[in-house]
Design a protein around this ligand. Sequence first.
Ligand code: SOE
Length: 383
Amino acid sequence: MKTLKTAVFGTGFMGRVHLEAIRRNEFVDAVAIAGRTVEAAQRLGAGCSVPTFTADYREILGDPAIDAVHVCTPNALHFSMAKDALLAGKHVMCEKPLAITVPEAEELTTLALKQGVRNAICHNIRFYPMVQQMRSMCESGALGEILVVQGTYFQDWLLYDTDWNWRVDARAAGTSRVLADVGSHWFDLAEHITGLRVTSLCSDLQTFHQTRKKPKQAVETFANKLLGPQDYVETPVDTEDFGAVLFRMGPRTRGSATVSQVSAGRKNRLVIEICGTKSSVAWDQERPDELWVGHRETSNQIFVKDPSLLAPGARTFADLPGGHSEGYDDTFKQIFRRFYSSIRTPGGKPDYPQFADGLRQLKILDAALRSNHARAWVDIAPS
Ligand code: SOE
């Protein structure tokens, strides 16, 4: 079978993560990078034997030899880039959020179907083996009826008013920051693991830093922590630092989630806990190979990842034996492997999140923003 050719749009933190993971898939070659400048694209591709660098992603879309593209730019560019790529007949792997608004995400979802190309939204966190183990436990009934779904996604890299990134600026990121950036991962997991849908919610958002000191030069995601003293411009902030969401999943299941980028010491801590009528289960992204399983009548357990012990549905998400940790980078390898395999096997059912799942997250986000604004519960249509 032919080796697929792909391109990366965006040269920041996510562009780097995507490029590295693409290179770990044996039947895909990364052949082009588009950046803000040719130099930025060259810097990302240095040492990777990528032949083409450009500041104009449309040049890449005009190349019939390229099968797929990865959209890894700031959020506000996702819609136009993904749309142009779909119109050019490319398969698209898009970073989350899929777009800034629900109508944009609807348009992309419809267009992808019409074009008949593979489309994926990069909710990579689904691809940790222990997340899949939780899903298998919910599916098999091991937890009983699901009563409570709760958790957090906390980071600390935007704690100080001197911390800056494009995500702070609504023109680049969209109206929401923390809910769109990390809350979308949390809610995607909650629905993916339990198989339930959020049917209504009530949210409370807070922007602690109404202004931030913006460095005069661009700063890559997370790199702000290494900056020394330099010139800043005091800049108003229009995106939230924190969000709390109470939600319902159908008539009985209840839940809550808090998301924050200002929680000292929490680097990338996504915790999700699911409590059923038989048992509970909890997972923490900072300890990805472990699952806590809680019981009422016997001792609680720490279940350590080992492919031989995982449920069959979770086993294919682990490439390494027990005791050999699999983490953040590996989740991208897993989702890209499935995405590219599906391109090579037309007609097969995709086993990764698609644009429709990205649209779903935008509907939840939109409801959370409306709820915060109205200080009221908002219903969400199941989809
Ligand atoms: C920054 O908050 C970020 O890089 C997110 O954009 C990613 O989706 C998450 O995986 C890690 O944190």
